[in-house]
Design a protein around this ligand. Structure first.
Ligand code: PLP
Ligand code: ZN
Length: 451
């Protein structure tokens, strides 16, 4: 089971042993994870080396392609002759001046407003999280390897993405989730006709079960035997950030972490763009965010450990609730090696941060985005991120999937009769009560001004 010889193949991250292309994620010699390695000379040639102005040619070839993650196909492990069936990715990147003003504090609001950006994967298609990117690549390989059934263990968003992409590609899907996942994420998997298996246990237990099933059945598990291909899809977040900043790398990125794959793959993306000459090489600091109730990576960074001590998750940030992250060791390395840091926030801070982002910039993110914003607030406050530095916050999922965490926060207004006089009366009463329209306490807590 292997695809034709191409410009990429699996290699052991530690001993360097080569494995060609096959559904496998662990080195049989040293049990380290496998990673996709590329022939960059070949990619340079594909993209336009030898022309008079190769950098310009490469950039033009990419930017003239359709606005989706597939414009970076040359840097992804896709099978020969692959034709994309879904326009995934190429989500907006934009300045967040009002959020910046809250995060950076008084004297520096205007400077920060110029330099803070949001990469908004809350609107990534088709299932409204960055997981659509990883699944798009994994399923391209699943088909090439001849699997007719794909599967995953998931904290929610991956389940949605695998189910939707499988439906589109005509593959059967088996999705394994912790039984107590958010209802919207369960429904948003079932609707695509996938087989959903709810397990009474934590994500880490679900994942262990999936490794056992993968040994038994000839199924393509996107985050088990297809994991090296899957995780490459995350690089497209990094490629797009650089392109959207005008082929320039930022000073800082803030990334929410579950398994720790996204953060290390954004780093790989920046390194690849530098290697190809598409951007000027420059140090970028990587900042990771977690929920305090499940913070194995940030705890390791803060205590100076290089290895993960597994935790038992207890947080509303379900999409990040992985107690034993597969790429934790490498995430720690990326954070420390770039001069970054990792923070974590409590569940109330996650909720305050979801509301802060919504009220300042009009973006409704799920709990993982609350983690990003809450951690960014702390990092500005600690002067680990400065107002004059170009900083990108990765908002990775959509708030409509986790509305249950906001239940009870907003009162249901009493209905009024459809009459102008009724409305006038209502308006008068409301203004007289002068209820603050915006939760100042929440804003100030997230901005670090008070509380
Ligand atoms: C999975 C997920 C993450 C974290 O991704 P890892 O690569 O596992 O670290 C972040 N945000 C959201 C919304 C996710 O679903
Ligand atoms: Zn090895």
């Amino acid at each position: 089971m292997s695809t034709d010889q191409t410009h990429y193949e699996l290699r052991c991250r530690e001993c360097g042993r080569r494995f060609g292309n096959q559904p496998r994620s662990i080195c049989e010699e040293c049990f380290s994870p496998l990673e996709v390695a590329y022939d960059y000379d070949w990619i340079r040639y594909l993209l336009g080396e030898g022309t008079i102005d190769p950098v310009r040619t490469m950039r033009e070839r990419i930017t003239q392609r359709a606005p989706s993650m597939w414009r970076y196909s040359d840097l992804l492990p896709l099978p020969e002759g692959f034709e994309p069936r879904l326009p995934v990715g190429f989500t907006p990147l934009f300045r967040a001046p009002q959020l910046a003003a809250k995060l950076a504090g008084n004297g520096e609001a205007r400077t920060a407003a110029q330099n803070l950006y949001i990469k908004n994967d809350a609107v990534c298609l088709p299932t409204l999280s960055f997981k659509d990117r990883v699944v798009a690549v994994a399923l391209a390989q699943a088909r090439a390897f001849g699997f007719d059934t794909v599967a995953c263990s998931s904290t929610g968003n991956l389940a949605n993405a695998v189910a939707a992409h499988a439906a589109r590609l005509g593959l059967k899907a088996w999705i394994f989730i912790p039984a107590d996942l958010e209802p919207a994420k369960i429904l948003g998997t079932q609707v695509f006709g996938a087989n959903v298996v709810r397990i009474s246990g934590s994500y880490d237990q679900v994942n262990r079960l999936c490794s056992q099933i993968a040994d038994e059945r000839n199924w393509g598990f996107v985050n088990v035997n297809l994991r090296p291909y899957y995780s490459e899809g995350s690089k497209t977040v990094g490629f797009e950030i650089a392109e959207q900043l005008g082929w320039r790398l930022p000073d800082n990125v803030v990334v929410p972490m579950a398994g720790g794959s996204l953060i290390i793959k954004i780093k790989k993306a920046f390194d690849e763009l530098s290697k190809l000459g598409l951007v000027e090489e420059k140090p970028v600091r990587f900042f990771g965010g977690q929920a305090t109730g499940c913070s194995p990576i940030s705890t390791a960074v803060k205590t100076g450990n290089t290895e993960i001590e597994p935790q038992k998750p207890a947080t509303i940030a379900r999409s990040l609730a992985i107690g034993n992250p597969a790429d934790g060791h490498y995430a720690i390395k990326t954070i420390k090696g770039t001069g970054g840091w990792s923070e974590d926030v409590s569940d109330p801070e996650v909720i305050d941060s979801i509301r802060l982002l919504a009220e300042t910039e009009g973006i409704f993110t799920e709990t993982a985005g609350g983690v990003t914003v809450g951690c960014a607030a702390k990092l500005y406050r600690q002067d680990r991120i400065l107002a004059e530095e170009t900083t990108v916050l990765c908002i990775t999922g959509n708030g409509l999937k986790t509305t249950d965490v906001l239940a009870g926060i907003y009162e249901a207004e009493r209905p009024i009769a459809p009459k102008l006089t009724e409305f006038e009366k209502y308006l008068e009463e409301t203004l007289a009560a002068s209820k603050p329209r915006q939760p100042e306490v929440a804003r100030e807590a997230a901005a670090g001004i008070a509380v």
